[in-house]
Design a protein around this ligand. Structure first.
Ligand code: HEC
Ligand code: HEC
Ligand code: HEC
Ligand code: HEC
Ligand code: HEC
Length: 435
């Protein structure tokens, strides 16, 4: 079954819809990465990306095989946790004629320092421990959440009774989405390519999975629907069932964008083999945010109004995307500091009253979307415009402030976290009003 961005809530599927992405097209038939790409990082990134993509796509014979990915990783789009036996499945490393097992992501740092240090500073490492997640999980303590934010549970001992679904304890939660989550199963290192062996023997046992270069791999956690309202109840004993309503739609948005077949999630966020490999910058990275999001204001003659346009450059999906509460706040002020307009770009959801729900329906539906669309038609930029009222006084320029807001509006009252963490300012400046 395919994910539909705006499907009705009528039908609920009994099995996990699993959001199958259609196969990616063959990149070899696509035009080369354009040198004039308006990505702010393009000057250094383009030659490298072109080289890397050229290499990786030329080797791929078949489209990503989702079944194979789920089999090997035991990912289930978060319906179940990943059962992982730390003792038995630890990756082996061969060195100085001996063999050692690595049961902790910290041990990867010995030989993969750059990758490790970048991951260590990434949101993947803090996926379970970060205060935004901790607060929201305390409000909504569903076992489902942990299946993505810290996917591992230990296997049951042989004579252990099967616990209720809520009693499985997750392990290695401090490492969140760790090296082991994405690279280790059954003693093998899962790699997207045949590694270049440095000694006279490989450092690890490898399973080569070219699928790891595809968006389908990231979609395991970055593309999913709401649960049906019954199974979304925090302490339910019911098996989890997805409703027919996307909650995070990032991979589908990417699939429908100009970037499909040219740049994958990995090209922009994982950046293999670079100094930034595994940094996974996103909605918490102020530098990337301010490079990617821009605003302009143009006066609409005689109406006393103006058009605020928000531009994204090099964003491979809608913006904001991902978490349902993500909001880009654009505030415009007079040079004297008076607020002229505050525009919020966000996904809007509305609760469905229980007497209007059929079994299998979600508790919320997406009613509208004021986010910037994904770039289309070969473009790498996208825009969204909003009409705003200008104050009566004659103005030629405005101050602007851009904020990233992470909480549902009502939770700004309840949270104990400071605004600098829940709604940081990532960019401000002055823009001329175009006439
Ligand atoms: C003692 C050193 C050492 C440790 C510790 C180590 N690795 Fe490696 N790893 C290597 C070397 C060397 C290579 C390069 C390929 C080769 O020689 O086999 C490599 C290659 C890899 C590759 C393939 C890279 C490519 O170029 O495609 C992956 C993925 C990987 N390691 C993951 C891990 C993970 C995850 C851990 C921690 C569980 C880890 N490694 C711990 C030495 C190590
Ligand atoms: C969210 C999943 C994810 C996590 C977490 C992750 N990796 Fe990776 N890693 C990948 C994918 C996917 C690739 C292949 C990218 C490609 O080829 O496009 C990769 C590639 C690599 C490579 C080869 C490319 C390079 O830049 O060197 C190494 C080595 C590696 N990973 C080691 C690690 C180590 C060590 C950790 C923990 C510090 C880690 N990875 C954490 C998904 C992950
Ligand atoms: C062409 C480059 C590009 C591609 C391809 C791309 N992204 Fe992004 N992504 C960006 C940029 C740029 C941002 C916005 C800047 C920021 O958040 O720092 C972003 C933001 C994000 C965010 C934070 C969302 C938010 O609203 O705060 C997530 C999560 C994300 N991307 C995941 C993905 C996944 C998963 C894929 C693949 C399905 C993907 N991206 C493909 C460039 C890309
Ligand atoms: C096992 C699940 C899992 C997989 C697989 C996974 N992610 Fe994530 N990712 C997460 C979770 C959970 C978060 C949110 C962490 C947090 O709480 O801030 C996240 C966060 C991110 C962010 C930071 C978003 C932000 O707003 O700061 C980026 C970028 C990202 N992932 C990209 C990727 C890419 C690219 C891949 C594929 C190579 C991938 N992820 C694979 C679970 C996963
Ligand atoms: C199928 C995987 C998946 C499930 C299940 C899931 N999440 Fe997430 N969550 C993600 C990903 C991926 C992101 C990153 C998206 C982004 O950055 O916009 C994320 C982001 C978040 C964030 C924002 C964190 C930040 O750093 O800004 C919060 C809070 C959060 N999730 C809470 C929850 C809660 C509570 C649940 C359970 C009710 C849950 N999640 C279930 C994948 C999942």
């Amino acid at each position: 079954m395919q994910c539909r961005p705006r499907s009705s809530t009528k039908r609920a599927s009994q099995k996990n819809p699993h959001c199958e992405l259609p196969p990616e097209p063959d990149a070899r038939r696509k035009p080369a990465y354009p040198p004039g790409l308006p990505l702010p990082r393009a000057r250094f990134a383009a030659p490298f990306l072109f080289f890397a993509l050229g290499l990786s796509f030329c080797q791929r014979a078949t489209p990503p095989d989702r079944a194979r990915l789920s089999d090997i990783f035991r990912f289930s789009n978060a319906i179940d946790p990943v059962v992982f036996d730390v003792e038995a499945e630890a990756a082996r490393v061969y060195e100085n004629g001996g063999v050692r097992t690595l049961s902790d992501s910290g041990q990867c740092r010995e030989c993969h320092e750059v990758v490790y240090d970048n991951w260590q500073a990434s949101r993947h490492r803090v996926a379970f421990t970060n205060p935004l997640y901790q607060e929201s999980h305390a409000r909504e303590p569903s076992r489902w959440c942990v299946n993505c934010h810290a996917p591992f549970v230990a296997p049951l001992a042989e004579n252990q009774a099967t616990p209720g679904p809520n009693e499985r304890e997750h392990i290695q939660t401090d490492d969140g989405v760790s090296c082991l989550v994405c690279h280790v199963r059954e003693g093998q290192i899962l790699s997207s390519r045949e590694p270049e062996v440095r000694e006279d023997h490989p450092a690890h046992d490898y399973v080569v999975l070219e699928e790891m270069q595809s968006a389908s791999f990231c979609a395991e956690c970055h593309q999913f629907n709401f649960l049906s309202a019954e199974t979304a109840e925090p302490h339910t004993e019911l098996a989890l069932v997805y409703a027919d309503q996307p909650m995070q739609n990032t991979a589908m948005e990417w699939w429908q964008s100009s970037f499909r077949g040219e740049l994958t999630c990995q090209s922009c966020h994982l950046r293999p083999d670079s100094a930034e490999s595994h940094r996974f910058p996103g909605g918490h990275d102020h530098e990337l945010l301010s490079q990617s999001i821009h605003v302009g204001v143009r006066r609409l003659q005689e109406s006393g109004r103006a058009l605020l346009t928000v531009y994204t450059f090099g964003v491979g999906h809608r913006f904001p995307t991902g978490d349902l509460f993500r909001t880009l706040v654009v505030r415009l002020l007079t040079p004297g500091g008076q607020t002229v307009a505050e525009v919020r770009l966000r996904h809007e959801f509305e609760p469905v009253p229980s007497d209007r729900r059929s079994p299998g329906d979600p508790a919320k539906v997406r009613v509208s979307d004021s986010t910037v669309p994904a770039p289309q038609g070969g473009d790498y930029a996208a825009t969204r415009s909003f009409v705003i009222d200008l104050p009566g006084e004659p103005l030629h320029e405005l101050r602007y402030e851009l904020y990233m807001a992470y909480l549902e509006p009502v939770n700004y009252v309840l949270t104990t976290l400071p605004l600098s963490e829940t709604r940081p300012l990532f960019e401000s400046g002055v823009i001329a009003i175009e006439e």
